[in-house]
Design a protein around this ligand. Sequence first.
Ligand SMILES: *Cc1c(COP(=O)(O)O)cnc(C)c1O
Length: 478
Amino acid sequence: MSRNAESTAFRSALEVIRAVEPRVADAIGAELTDQRESLKLIASENYASPATLLAMGNWFSDKYAEGTVGRRFYAGCQNVDTVEALAAEHARELFGAAHAYVQPHSGIDANLVAFWAVLADRVESPALKKAQVRQVNDLTEADWFALRRELGNQRMLGMSLDAGGHLTHGFRPNISGKMFDQRSYGTDPATGLIDYDRVAEAAREFKPLILVGGYSAYPRKVNFRILREIADSVGATFMVDMAHFAGLVAGKVFTGDFDPVPHAHIVTTTTHKSLRGPRGGMVLCQPELADQVDRGCPMVLGGPLPHVMAAKAVALAEARRPDFADYAQRIVDNSRALAEGLLRRGAKLVTGGTDNHLVLIDVSGYGLTGRQAEQALLDSGIVTNRNSVPQDPNGAWYTSGIRIGTPALTTRGLGTAEMDQTAELMHTVLTATTAGANADGTPSKAKYALDPALADKIARQATDLLAPFPLYPAIDLA
Ligand SMILES: *Cc1c(COP(=O)(O)O)cnc(C)c1O
């Protein structure tokens, strides 16, 4: 395929859009410019391939396809069947999973599908059985009441938010925190690492229905074999949410005890983070949970998104190619180089380093909150996000941490030498930034001061660093 084809495809698409609403075409163009110019260190973001992006922009979006492959509640789904079956097959082969459900619209949706599947499998509930029938509308108010009561005392044990767990692992702002009685396991205050003996102890005391492994901000490997043994010892279903690190599993960087798929009863993921696919979710499971998982739509999902399933099939096919394993290894090499570069310059890192795609900087070492650091870095052309650190004194809004990750920059082709330079840029900004004060003289958690000339200089250096690694090099919209 000629590189020119990509350029022509996106240019033509924008021309068609521009004829209807030019401001949308402009925004799409501006987004490409912004993405090209920023040093993107957001650990949960990536750049999907042109083929993946193009698979989403078409008439598959017009189709309703509730149900599963070959068993649809709408006529004319033969082509949706083709792409859904392909995406599921690629997922099973890539991860060595018995079953794959590729309909979830996002990671949160995938988790909701998994929770309901486990509940349906494990909890004797006539109301729940009724909720599983195709027409959820048939449920009466009394059925829903019975359901809530019957499910109300189910327990979930997951990683605490400030240790790096995710909202969907039983925390209040998410429905998982309302469906389940939740308790969490944290990390050892001295090392920042998961203490498996403490997890086992919490499991023995709490007797969860579901033990959840997986994280959004833990910079280390997790031993899923040990977590499975803990789950088995208390009769819990073991679920792993690999939303962040699915690319490292796909690329065989995480194998053996660190590959969740052979150890968990059920695994959920996003497809757009390190896996580098379209924005979406997926559930992998052992055969005995497959029927329940396949009821995700209409139980908790609306009609599937056939255009996104087509893009999942494309991205998963890409992830099965040998060069994806090389990509996954480079993500981790880069992450390590970034961590070492920061440590060498005196930064404080949670757990003292990384084994995966992300690094968590404790910016209290620079006398800043996460919010101040995030903004000062952004002023300097470096895109990160603030994140709690374990036992964070500044809470979830201001925080004391900056989470950074390498999947996106690795896709662009940056290597370990550029990671060291990135560490230098970050350290320079964080050292030069000072915390501000409120009007009454008390320390502010949001205000900060950074010399604008320095911020501009760093932003130019960040652009220079990116210049040899163009994003979407074949696409020219001019
Ligand atoms: C990102 C993430 C999710 C949510 O994914 P969305 O697609 O944003 O819904 C769920 N779980 C974990 C662990 C995540 O990191």
